[in-house]
Design a protein. Structure first.
Lengths: 456, 456
């Protein structure tokens, strides 16, 4: 049952090794405030299956990564990360950090674990958590924030981090290299711009489905006052409610602020079309997740039917292969990456390159636990050294749970300020981990409902 | 964190309830003989994440189900099934068995667990295992083999078991009802035919990649002597080897026996096309899994390029939504369902109906642990009460591990004999479970490698 490939680790290599792959089931009781409520996820408890790679380097550096979940089942995600432990333990740190993309391919290629996907769902997200922890460690060892680590990297090396299997018909290594070389032109200037004014964000905080109209209006007005040029509303539970809420939001922000709407996969093709058209009078900028993230052809038909409203999806898209087809079939106007659903930074590099090849803007999904912290690095890299623009590009921002992170995002005038601390901004505060570990953290042991859940 | 929907269980209902949802991690050391070896799965240890639903009915009936895996990670699959336990425990047996499809929708709709898919990978397969156990119990309570339980069911009731979300643009409930009503015409006669001559099978046993040419030739000749009219060869590791093996196989079976080839997702679009063309002189019947199961558009392009060789896929297709698109885009000639990857019998009913609507034959994937035992019921239902034909339809057969089942498949003259024991044929022998439980079964505790793996 033991993976014999592990014996292939060159034991003669000197230098520090991975000494621990520690996992944590961390859950925040967000459902009690209806933060994060939408048509498909009425009561999320924002959670993280969290992993820490420790080494014997003696430099104090660790690699941190996580999968975001919304509560129940976080223990399954932790079990999946634990299943990857034998692939990491004892491996030379220098080797891992020299090629995090190869680590990803190694994990994806485990012939037995692969059956549990392939490259999708719990097992693939676990790989993403572990691989992102390696990227975090690699950037820390280079003493750079990840966005800069990527932007400074040789284009040839970046291409080598990417698994082109199943996407070469849309993007060859040669095409990727061309895009990355072109992206390097003027990169230093754009890095200076980024450091000065940040990367534009938009906010979903006003629009959760569980909020009252009064709260929606107040938060929408606040968003504009804070400098955001786009907000987002959750829709899809009840059309009359959506019309009323959309009218209130448009009245609150005026005609010049973009309002995206988000159905969280609630509809089939026909319903998505009808519902979106019914809201068109309020000028929605994009309709997000109108249907299943698996339905490439359905998105293409919806897009044709609801234009000029744009179609966006991606936060639940399982891997680069589905993204490739969304682009090949002209199914989306806006591509939404998520930092913690696919197989790591390297797979998101592939997706950013595919989007660049097809000329489709990337507007990342964020929010949850730490997703803003992670994904900002990918958009900033894209601006500095790939697409070279922030036109029609915004990173989602939700003002929840940042206080639990060592290097929380900073929003200034509706923009994400460029992080300067080395790494991927994935580190959670030790006291937050101790408090919200489930079910044995101090919050949960003091909480009657959690004790009940543990007993049940 | 507790799912409040559980409180909606009507406590006043009398009658037996689910008293236990017991799970077992069962692993067979198949990698030691290279049984089951292919280009992507060189060393599978065929395994099952097994679940037993127990009740207080006092009738001795249990519901059995499982997810098939190939070794490492089986514990993750077990953890996912365990995460579903609160949805089942204490529920009235009569209510569950009256509508197994509603159980599936209930589990798929758990708003927190849904994030871990949605409807794909580890979490979806766990739902499939549990829901199939409910179908097993329902058929046992009706004292019918599952194929007959389905064939005898009211078409209206069958339609009610299906989740049409995300597939209504290809198959409406009304269309499904029409197909099922038409399928009922002449069903009794076809059931008699089925009981007399069985359902045609084909065998993969000769063609595993790890076998020598001598063993391949001997097993291929044996397959023809045993009455099979189709065999299958694994390909995709080395083209020269494949040419040599395909030539040997064709020489062994003659021109009239179909030889399918199976690349197990090894290729991208271009390589799939070239490699298949290079083998065309040996008249392969279908090329199976030429590329990623996620690549709908890729399969469509490969199909156009390799005709008249047919394109088949499905064993790793995650759900009805991908199957729908494979059909909508004309990407496959042969659709391969798997009994234990999607969300239960009800989702496979949806897939069978989609295939019937598009006129594409279904040739199930089987083998592994117990997949033959399960999937035969679905094809037999399809013959008796849906498509009404076995033309160009065959169920895969692999002669491994059947001895561990209470009601193993019986192959007579290359045909699956119709099972007559009530239920879904999912039951594994108690002594097999006791022997192969991992890591504490008697086989593994006596095995040095397993002890080493546990310690590591």
């Amino acid at each position: 049952m033991k993976d014999t490939s592990l014996s292939a680790i060159p034991q003669q290599l000197s230098g520090p090794r991975i000494t621990a792959v520690d996992t944590y089931d961390i859950r925040f009781p967000t459902s009690r405030e209806l933060d994060g409520s939408d048509a498909m996820n009425p009561d999320p408890d924002y959670s993280a299956a969290y992993v820490v790679l420790r080494t014997d380097a003696g430099d104090g550096l660790e690699g941190h990564g996580f999968t975001f979940t919304i509560g129940r089942g976080n223990e399954v995600q932790v079990a999946a990360i634990n299943a990857l432990r034998p692939h990491l333990l004892g491996r030379p740190v220098a080797e891992l950090c020299a090629d995090p993309g190869l680590v990803s391919r190694d994990l994806v290629g485990d012939s037995q674990l692969r059956w549990l996907g392939p490259e999708k769902g719990v097992m693939h997200m676990a790989i993403g958590a572990v691989v992102n922890a390696v990227w975090d460690l690699a950037a820390k060892r280079a003493a750079k924030p990840l966005w800069q680590f990527l932007a400074d990297a040789d284009p040839e090396w970046l291409v080598g981090q990417i698994d082109f299997r199943y996407i070469e018909d849309a993007l060859s290594p040669g095409q990727a290299l061309t895009l990355l070389r072109r992206g390097r032109e003027g990169a230093a200037g754009r890095a200076a711009v980024l450091r000065e004014r940040g990367y534009p964000g938009y906010t979903t905080s006003p629009g959760w489905l569980g909020y009252s109209d009064e709260k929606l209006t107040r938060l929408a007005e606040q968003a504009v006052a804070d400098g955001f040029t786009q907000i987002k509303l959750k829709v899809g539970a009840d059309l009359d409610d959506d019309v009323r809420r959309m009218r209130a939001a448009r009245a609150a922000v005026g005609p010049d602020i973009r309002i995206a709407i988000d159905a969280n996969q609630r509809w089939g093709v026909a319903e998505a079309t009808e519902w979106t058209r019914a809201l068109t009078e309020f000028d929605p900028y994009w309709i997000e997740e109108p249907t299943s993230p698996d339905d490439i052809l359905g998105h293409a038909r919806i897009r044709n039917a609801v234009a000029p409203v744009k179609v966006a999806t991606g936060e639940h898209v399982q891997n680069r292969i589905i993204f490739k087809q969304l682009l090949q079939s002209g199914a989306v106007d806006v591509l939404q990456i998520d930092a913690a659903r696919v197989g790591g930074v390297n797979e998101n590099l592939a997706i950013l390159l595919l989007a660049a090849e097809y000329g489709v803007p990337v507007c990342p999904h964020a929010g949850g636990v730490g997703l803003c912290e992670l994904v900002q690095h990918l958009s900033m890299f894209d601006f500095v050294a790939l697409s070279g623009t922030t036109e029609d590009r915004v990173i989602e921002y939700v003002d929840h749970l940042h206080e639990h992170f060592e290097d929380p995002v900073r929003i200034v005038g509706g923009h994400y300020a460029a992080p300067e601390a080395p790494g991927f901004s994935a580190g959670m505060l030790p006291e937050s981990i101790a408090t919200y570990r489930y079910p044995d953290g101090s919050f949960w042991t003091a909480d009657g409902a959690a004790v009940q859940a543990v007993v049940a």
